[in-house]
Design a protein around this ligand. Structure first.
Ligand code: HEM
Length: 235
């Protein structure tokens, strides 16, 4: 659907589907929480329930939204990080072979993917008091969209910012945000990506793009990733 053809009715219909999905997900988590309450284990939801029962920070009202947040914040982002990593190292000639020869480069390669193809592209903030940033006056109540993907390719901060370079050092990207809301799952995301990339690279002597490959991006301005990604692997 091209942007021009989206009508008010389309948006309303989309919002209806979105609310229905959210409600179903809420019910799913609520039933899982109820079930766990009677049978606490060592899983994450049981740990959150225990914390609630011990009066630590998280309350009943917060449990479902927190499970939601963990699912959304922790799932698509990491999935995209892994496929963006595969894409970046096969798209850039010689990098796959280089990391295969020297797997100790994998963590710094993952950092460069986080910078170069940041899975979360944009945040949203509401101005709480009048202020000025970069010569721009901001009024209370205004919405600000800080583009992480743009900051991570800022030429003032990164030399040859549009070049994928796994040897970039330092590499102070902000793919996990900054400040008090810095990503809670950053160590887990890094661990998952490092493990996945290590296993893939160990297993396949080469991964290449099929002939006629065209990029099939996820159509969402906030998320950077591929909707589908066919590759050719050799054992
Ligand atoms: C590549 C993977 C990931 C990326 C790029 C990413 C990115 C981000 C970013 C940019 C923020 C800041 C949001 C803001 O300031 O408004 C954030 C927050 C957060 N992330 Fe991640 N994330 C990733 C993986 C994960 C994982 C695996 C989890 C949990 C399992 C997670 C849980 C969270 C939570 C709970 C917050 C909110 C923290 C707060 O508001 O204090 N994230 N993430």
């Amino acid at each position: 659907m091209s942007p021009k053809s989206i009508s008010k009715e389309d948006v309303e219909e989309l919002m209806k589907i979105k609310r229905k999905g959210e409600k179903e997900l809420e019910e799913f988590f609520q039933s899982m929480i109820d079930e766990k309450r009677n049978n606490l284990g060592n899983d994450l939801i049981s740990i959150l329930i225990r914390a609630e029962e011990e009066g630590v920070k998280i309350s009943e009202d917060e449990l479902v939204p927190f499970c939601n947040l963990l699912l959304v914040a922790g799932n698509e982002t990491t999935t995209n990080l892994i496929s963006n990593a595969v894409f970046s190292i096969i798209e850039n000639h010689g990098v796959y072979e280089e990391v295969r020869k020297n797997p100790s480069l994998i963590p710094q390669m993952v950092e460069e993917v986080l910078r170069y193809r940041s899975p979360a592209q944009v945040l949203r903030r509401i101005v709480t008091k009048e202020t000025e940033i970069g010569g721009q006056r901001l009024q209370k109540g205004e919405v600000v969209l800080p583009w992480l993907g743009s900051a991570n390719r800022d030429e003032k901060k990164f030399e040859n910012a549009s070049h994928f370079n796994i040897h970039r050092s330092p590499n102070h990207h902000i793919a996990f945000g900054h400040g008090i809301h810095f990503c809670l799952g950053a160590p887990l995301a890094r661990l998952e990506a490092n493990i996945a990339m290590t296993e893939l690279i160990k297993r396949y002597s080469s991964i290449t793009l099929p002939q006629g490959f065209t990029v099939d991006p996820i159509e969402d301005s906030a998320v950077y990733g591929l909707r589908s990604f066919p590759v050719i692997v050799r054992g």
